[in-house]
Design a protein around this ligand. Structure first.
Ligand SMILES: [Zn+2]
Length: 90
């Protein structure tokens, strides 16, 4: 049986939209990954088994339930990475 943290999917799904709204932030792979990791560490994991066919129906449910938290966590993560990118600012 496989398990998966569907919070990862949610965070990556919303990340691009957030970056589009934040023109100042660097959009390189390193910064994007840093933002995702910081956001994920602030969020409760949301584990599901990947066996069932109805996985995606349930993901929608979980996502709606956690949407506000995801937005807040992404906003904070973007602030942190924007202030301290792990590479020299371009
Ligand atoms: Zn960057």
């Amino acid at each position: 049986m496989k398990i998966k943290n569907c919070m990862e999917d949610f965070v990556f799904q919303h990340l691009d939209g957030f970056l589009e709204q934040n023109q100042n932030i660097c959009k390189c792979e390193q910064c994007k990954t840093d933002i995702a990791v910081l956001a994920l560490n602030r969020l409760k994991p949301c584990y599901v088994t990947t066996e069932k066919g109805d996985l995606y129906t349930r993901l929608d449910l979980y996502e709606t339930e956690n949407e506000v938290d995801i937005f807040i966590a992404l906003g904070k993560a973007i602030d942190i990475v924007e202030a301290n990118p792990r590479h020299v600012k371009r």
